[in-house]
Design a protein around this ligand. Structure first.
Ligand code: HEM
Length: 405
C-alpha cells in the first residue's frame, strides 16, 4: 500500500513528468539499451526510431500515476498492453530493469527539481504499476499454456503456403514445425513473429493479426509490404515478402489480444481500411463457418482495386451467410476498376452512407485500419448515437495514450 504522502507527491508531479515525458523516455531508452542491449531482441526498432514506443510507455506510466489510488480504472488498458507484453515474452525480471532506468532518466532530466522525496515516491508508484502488469501477465502466460498445451513463448512454425492477396498484401500460412496442432484462438487475435534477419545483430519482432478463422489447422497472417523496406520502415514486411518462402521456418508466439468478435446475436458491422481488414477477415470467416444468422455487414475501404485484398474470399463468405451484405469503397478507382465495376462506392466511408445502412443502434461495430480512418469511423458512429461500448477498434503499432483505447 502506498502512503497518502506518496500518492499526493505522485499525483501532483505526474503532469510535470508528462510535460517532459518524451525527453525523459528518450533518455530512458538510450540508457536502457546501452546497459541492456539484449532487450533490443524484444523491442521494435522501427517504433524506437519513430519515437512511438517512447510516447506509449511514458504516457502509460503517467496516466497510471494519475490513477495510482484507483488503478482499476485503467485495467482495460493494462490488459491490452499486457497481452502485447506476453506475446513478446516480457518477463517479471524485466520490470526492475525498466524501473531503475526510468527513475534515473527522471532524475537526469528534472535535475534539482527531482528531490529525494519525489524520486522515492515515483519508485514506489512504479513498483505498484509494474506489479499490476506482472500479475496480469502471469495469468496470461498460464492461459496461453493452457490454450496451446504448454507453449507460452516462441515456437518454430513452417510456411506451408504463400499467397498473393493484392499488389501489396501477401498471406503466409503457418503450421508448427514439430507437427503439433495449431491452437484455438479467438477471431481478431494476433501473433508475434520473431525473425533473425541476415546481417542484423538483433532479432526482429512484429505483431500480425491472424486473418483466417480458428479451426483451420493453420495460422494465416496477411502482411502488407510497407514503405520502401529501408531501415527502419518496412524492413520486416519486405523481408517476409521477398525472402520467406514455403518450407522456411519462422518463430511465432501464442495468439493474444482483446479485439475479438463477441459471440452475441446482434447485428455486426466490420469496417476495415487497407490492411486493417485482416482481423475482420478472421471474424467474417468465423461467422461464415458457423453459418451465423447474425446480420453481418462487411465494409472495406481501399485505395484502388489493385490494392484490394480478399475480394473473392469476401464474396464467397457473403454467399454463405444468410444475412450478409458487403460494400467496397475505392478512394481512387483506376480506369481498370471503372471498366470492371467491381466496387460499390468511390471515396471514403461517410456519415450519410453509414446512416442509411445502420438500422439497429445496438449493433456491434469492429473497426481496424489506419489511425485517420479509425478516428473518422468512430466519430461518425458517435454522431449516429452508437454507444461507446458497442464500438471496438484496434490500433496498429503502439496505441499512443490510454484515452485513445
Ligand atoms: C509495449 C507500457 C514495461 C517491453 C508497450 C506499450 C505500452 C507499454 C503502453 C504499447 C502497447 C501497444 O502496442 O498497444 C509499459 C509500462 C511498463 C512496461 C507502463 C511498466 C510498468 C515493459 C517492460 C518491457 C516492455 C518491463 C520489457 C523489457 C515492451 C515491448 C513493447 C511494449 C517490447 C512492444 C512495442 C515495441 O516493441 O515497440 N509497453 N511497458 N515493457 N513494451 Fe512495455
Amino acid at each position: 500500500m502506498l502512503s497518502q504522502k506518496t500518492i499526493d507527491i505522485v499525483k501532483s508531479t505526474a503532469p510535470i513528468l508528462a510535460e517532459r515525458g518524451v525527453e525523459i523516455t528518450s533518455v530512458f531508452y538510450k540508457r536502457l539499451f546501452e546497459k541492456h542491449p539484449e532487450l533490443l531482441n524484444i523491442f521494435n526498432h522501427a517504433n524506437q526510431k519513430k519515437g512511438r514506443q517512447q510516447a506509449a510507455l511514458a504516457n502509460t506510466v503517467y496516466a497510471a500515476a494519475e490513477h495510482i489510488d484507483r488503478l482499476e480504472v485503467i485495467l482495460p488498458a493494462v490488459k491490452q498492453i499486457a497481452y502485447k507484453h506476453r506475446s513478446l515474452g516480457v518477463k517479471p525480471e524485466h520490470y526492475p530493469i525498466v524501473g531503475e532506468n526510468l527513475l534515473a532518466a527522471i532524475k537526469e532530466v528534472l535535475g534539482h527539481a527531482a528531490t529525494d522525496d519525489i524520486i522515492q515516491a515515483w519508485g514506489e508508484a512504479y513498483g505498484v504499476i509494474a506489479q499490476a502488469f506482472i500479475d496480469i501477465e502471469k495469468e496470461m502466460y498460464l492461459e496461453a499454456k493452457e490454450q496451446t498445451g504448454g507453449w507460452a513463448g516462441f515456437k518454430a512454425f513452417k510456411v506451408v503456403k504463400k499467397e498473393i492477396e493484392s499488389s501489396v498484401i501477401t498471406s503466409f500460412y503457418l503450421k508448427p514445425a514439430d507437427g503439433s496442432n495449431v491452437p484455438d484462438y479467438l477471431p481478431g487475435q494476433y501473433i508475434s513473429v520473431r525473425l533473425q534477419i541476415e546481417g542484423e545483430a538483433y532479432l526482429f519482432n512484429r505483431q500480425y493479426t491472424l486473418s483466417d478463422s480458428p479451426g483451420k489447422g493453420y495460422f494465416r497472417i496477411s502482411v502488407k509490404r510497407e514503405a520502401d523496406g529501408h531501415f527502419p520502415h518496412g524492413q520486416v514486411s519486405n523481408y517476409l515478402h521477398d525472402h520467406v518462402e514455403i518450407g522456411d521456418e519462422i518463430e511465432v508466439s501464442a495468439p493474444a489480444g482483446e479485439f475479438v468478435l463477441d459471440q452475441g446475436t446482434s447485428p455486426v458491422y466490420l469496417l476495415g481500411g487497407g490492411v486493417g481488414i485482416t482481423p475482420l477477415m478472421s471474424m467474417l470467416n468465423d461467422l461464415a463457418n458457423k453459418k451465423s444468422a447474425r446480420q453481418t455487414v462487411f465494409i472495406q475501404a481501399s485505395k484502388n482495386g489493385e490494392m484490394t485484398a480478399f475480394r473473392n474470399e469476401v464474396k464467397e463468405k457473403m454467399d454463405s451467410l444468410p444475412n450478409g451484405e458487403s460494400y467496397l469503397f475505392l478512394e481512387n478507382p483506376t480506369s481498370i476498376d471503372r471498366q470492371d465495376g467491381g466496387f460499390d462506392h468511390q471515396g471514403f466511408i461517410g456519415l450519410a452512407f453509414l446512416e442509411t445502412i445502420i438500422k439497429d443502434p445496438n449493433a456491434k461495430f469492429y473497426i481496424c485500419g489506419p489511425v485517420p480512418f479509425m478516428k473518422a469511423m468512430i466519430e461518425n458512429l458517435e454522431q449516429l448515437g452508437i454507444k461507446e461500448a458497442n464500438i471496438h477498434y484496434e490500433f496498429f503499432g503502439p496505441s499512443l495514450n490510454l484515452k485513445e483505447k
